[in-house]
Design a binder for this molecule. Structure first.
Ligand SMILES: Nc1ncnc2c1ncn2[C@@H]1O[C@H](COP(=O)(O)OP(=O)(O)OP(=O)(O)O)[C@@H](O)[C@H]1O
Ligand SMILES: [Mg+2]
Length: 336
């Protein structure tokens, strides 16, 4: 049964997900709006994201994480406080028993300290961290305790983490600052160069979701879409039409970087685990993994079976929920 005084927090570059033992309680954009003069809280989540780029002088919209780690501690604390208040309005009276939060495996001690500091405000008796690749693997339903090598590729918003895990630990790891955000940046940069048009981050995201594809042969949701931006020569709003083949070509370079890193990680795989990876295939998760045709493209470049998580945006959270439901059984996975 869900314990209302336990909570897990997946503070992602783009999405923050809160869960109790079994249920996803809440998923919101990792964005906060503050009053820049008073430094006080105004809004968080999608409502703040909507304001991005449209604000007046006293309001600043902040994305407090960069490449999967906290870049603005004050903004992170205010945002998390707002999210937790929505889920547990009486939290300040009760406090929490347990908080588990996820961190990329490659984080430094300083980066983890920032996360712990942002969680201190919740007066939990027990605050623990867990490495994202292990949580994601658990959340995908994998048995991570067995001495059997498994490769997890988590393509998030700000970071792609490639991990080889066995016996509840990470054997080989590589992270690259490429993910959903870089796909958007690729789209914006291309449109700026080719059409001399500046488009918003939100428009780039919409283009990616509608006609984004990992190769010209993978069919996206739509073949074409229109986007309105600001003509950099005339300063006047202008609309252009984009084809999915064009977007696939633009995204090619970032996807190649992910492919190259997957291949490098496979090369570093100890021979004892190579047979397991060959048999098991590799496991793909994270919101960026939902790009149309990405799974198929990876399968053809590494010649191994690629399993896409059923709930790519929630694997890490689901894994932490499993840990929370039986802390004793999973105590080797969590740390202070
Ligand atoms: N259907 C989709 N097609 C392509 N990209 C998608 C889709 N759905 C979500 N995304 C992308 O997934 C990314 C967010 O994924 P996710 O929530 O796993 O990242 P995060 O955990 O916030 O980031 P990180 O793990 O880097 O800290 C965004 O860039 C978003 O655009
Ligand atoms: Mg993530």
């Amino acid at each position: 049964m869900a314990n209302k005084r336990n909570i897990t927090i997946d503070l992602g570059n783009n999405n923050t997900v809160l869960t109790s033992s079994i249920n996803t309680l809440f998923s919101e954009s990792t964005v906060v709006a503050l009053n820049s003069k008073k430094n006080s809280y105004l809004l968080a989540g999608k409502a703040a994201l909507e304001m991005e780029g449209k604000i007046n002088g006293d309001t600043k919209v902040i994305r407090p994480l960069k490449n999967g780690v906290i870049a603005d501690l004050n903004a992170t604390m205010k945002m998390l406080n707002a999210f937790v208040k929505i889920v547990y309005p009486n939290r300040s009276i009760l406090g929490f028993h347990n908080i588990i939060a996820s961190v990329p495996y490659g984080t430094t001690e300083v980066e983890r300290r920032a996360l712990r500091l942002s969680l201190d405000q919740f007066n939990s008796r027990n605050t623990k961290l867990i490495f994202e690749p292990l949580a994601a693997a658990l959340g995908m339903g994998l048995n991570i305790k067995e001495p059997d090598g498994k490769m997890i590729i988590d393509i998030g918003g700000g970071l792609t983490e490639i991990s080889l895990i066995s016996m509840s630990g990470v054997v080989t790891y590589m992270a690259l600052k490429v993910g959903g955000d870089s796909f958007n940046a690729d789209i914006r940069n291309y449109i700026e160069k080719k059409y001399i048009l500046t488009i918003s981050e939100k428009s780039a995201e919409q283009i990616k979701l509608q006609i984004g594809a990992a190769s010209e042969s993978s069919l996206p949701l739509n073949e074409e879409c229109t986007v309105v931006g600001k003509d950099n020569l005339t300063g006047i709003p202008k609309q252009i039409r984009l084809n999915y083949r064009e977007i696939a070509m633009i995204l090619n370079s970032s996807i190649s970087k992910i492919e190259d890193s997957v291949i490098k990680t496979l090369e570093q795989c100890p021979p004892e685990l190579a047979g397991d990876i060959y048999t098991n295939g590799v496991y793909l998760t994270g919101g960026g993994a939902l790009l149309k045709g990405l799974k198929e493209r990876l399968e053809s470049s590494i010649q191994l079976k690629v399993h896409l998580a059923g709930h790519s945006l929630l694997s890490v959270s689901r894994g932490m929920g499993i840990v929370l439901s039986d802390m004793e059984q999973h105590k080797a996975l969590i740390f202070k």
